[in-house]
Write a protein that binds this ligand. Structure first.
Ligand code: A1EHT
Length: 108
């Protein structure tokens, strides 16, 4: 028998809170360990630093992406330039090639 655990929580660095709440940032890019979010479910979102809850997100899609395939469209959805996005991801996930794009919508 196998058990499926559906994640109900997600954290973001607090510097992204305002972009998420204003709808400027509509995706997040995570590694394998955080690839188990399930489309159609809702997660409670808090800051990574303080654990302060700030919204709920509806998970829309979760799709694999290679670091080298990140493009301007991903950057636009992150409200960054592609160079900024690659630098941020390189910082958070150094050397990780296999990533996942999590597309979400703010629950109002
Ligand atoms: C706190 C925590 O556990 N992990 C992460 C991982 C990623 N991100 C953001 O997702 C996008 C692509 O990675 C960028 O905007 C990142 O800054 C985040 O905020 N928090």
């Amino acid at each position: 028998m196998s058990t499926t655990i559906i994640p109900t929580e997600m954290t973001f660095f607090s510097r992204f809170e305002s972009d998420i709440l204003s709808g400027k940032k509509t995706i997040t890019i995570r590694d394998e360990a955080e690839s188990y979010y399930v489309p159609g479910t809702t997660v409670d979102v808090s800051t990574y630093e303080e654990g302060r809850w700030f919204c709920r997100l509806n998970i829309l899609t979760v799709d694999p992406i290679a670091f080298n395939d990140l493009n301007e469209f991903h950057a636009q959805q992150e409200n960054m330039t592609l160079a900024e996005l690659k630098a941020v991801i390189h910082d958070i996930y150094p050397g990780i090639e296999k990533l996942y794009v999590v597309n979400y919508a703010l629950v109002k």
